[in-house]
Design a binder for this molecule. Structure first.
Ligand SMILES: Nc1ncnc2c1ncn2[C@@H]1O[C@H](COP(=O)(O)OP(=O)(O)O)[C@@H](O)[C@H]1O
Ligand SMILES: Cc1ncc(COP(=O)(O)O)c(N)n1
Length: 266
């Protein structure tokens, strides 16, 4: 039996809700085979990020070399990328091994405010990795920071942002509206031709830790299975919506999603 193979290049979350742990759970639930290259170890729980310990650049390169020299991956998802030299190295492997399904979740910080990718790394991300992407999935805070805007608060500002972000060379941009004020969380997908709105009534749920990681991983799994970008995003939205609806209260703060909810949906 063979399964589509999906690689996540991201940080570890000791709390199990975001990063590598969310990614591997998502791959498994979507009947794909998950591989992982770890960029950093975070000491993290539902309350926040207590410490970040990047793996060494050699450690990162050794993992990339082991995976790419042996296994032909069908899709790659990236999350926390630490710094510019890590991004350079990852871009080289993505290019050299002709990865043509790449989902970039441009994680800059945690929802609780800790820096996970250095601000100075944004230029490297824009210049070397972004143009290789099938889709980049910023949230409103990341999009505003990368564009140098104060904030993005409305759907019409989101539309302006998604067009500008598309000019940096990715095939498509999915601008996520989870942080949009109001009762709806709208995501916008722009592929250079068509702008698609994915509206969703906001679920009143404090346990949303790892939503961005989970969405991007579900998209990567969908692409690895041969779906179009539009169908992969549509399935991933259903996956994350089910998972948010049944999020867990397991600590004092914002708990993780229930990654099994999609498989068991009615
Ligand atoms: N409370 C919510 N109800 C419904 N969908 C949500 C909610 N919060 C986030 N989402 C969805 O989860 C995904 C992740 O979005 P977002 O929270 O903006 O990203 P991030 O986790 O990177 O901050 C998006 O598809 C968004 O629309
Ligand atoms: C290792 C790691 N990667 C990514 C996130 C972002 O996840 P979120 O935006 O849901 O807090 C995180 N908190 N930790």
């Amino acid at each position: 039996m063979t399964l589509p193979k999906v690689l996540t290049i991201a940080g570890s979350d000791s709390g199990g809700g975001a990063g590598i742990q969310a990614d591997l759970k998502t791959f498994q639930e979507l009947d794909t085979y998950g591989l992982s290259v770890i960029t950093a170890i975070t000491a993290q729980n539902t309350v926040g990020v207590q410490a970040v310990h990047p793996v060494s650049l050699n450690g990162l390169n050794d993992q990339l070399e082991s995976v790419f020299t042996d296994i032909k991956v069908d899709a790659v998802k990236t999350g926390m990328l630490v710094s510019a030299d890590y991004i350079q190295s990852i871009s080289t492997y993505i290019r050299d091994y002709n990865v043509n399904k790449l989902v970039i979740d441009p994680v800059l910080g945690s929802t609780s405010g800790s820096e996970l990718t250095k601000n100075e790394a944004i230029d490297e991300l824009k210049n070397s990795l972004w143009p290789l992407a099938t889709v980049v999935t910023p949230n409103l805070i990341e999009a505003a920071r990368m564009l140098g805007w104060a904030s993005i608060n409305t759907v019409s500002e989101m539309e302006k942002a998604v067009y500008q972000l598309h000019e940096w060379g990715a095939k498509s941009i999915l601008l996520k509206g989870g942080h949009l004020p109001g009762g709806e969380s709208v995501d916008l997908l722009y592929d250079g031709h068509t702008l698609t709105h994915f509206p969703m009534k906001r679920i009143d749920q404090p346990h949303t830790h790892g939503t961005g990681c989970t969405l991007a991983s579900a998209i990567a799994a969908g692409l690895a299975k041969g779906n179009s970008i539009h169908d992969a995003v549509s399935m991933a939205k259903d996956f994350v919506t089910c998972a948010i609806r049944e999020g867990f209260s397991i600590g004092e703060g914002s708990g993780p999603l229930n990654h099994s909810a999609y498989r068991h949906r009615q």
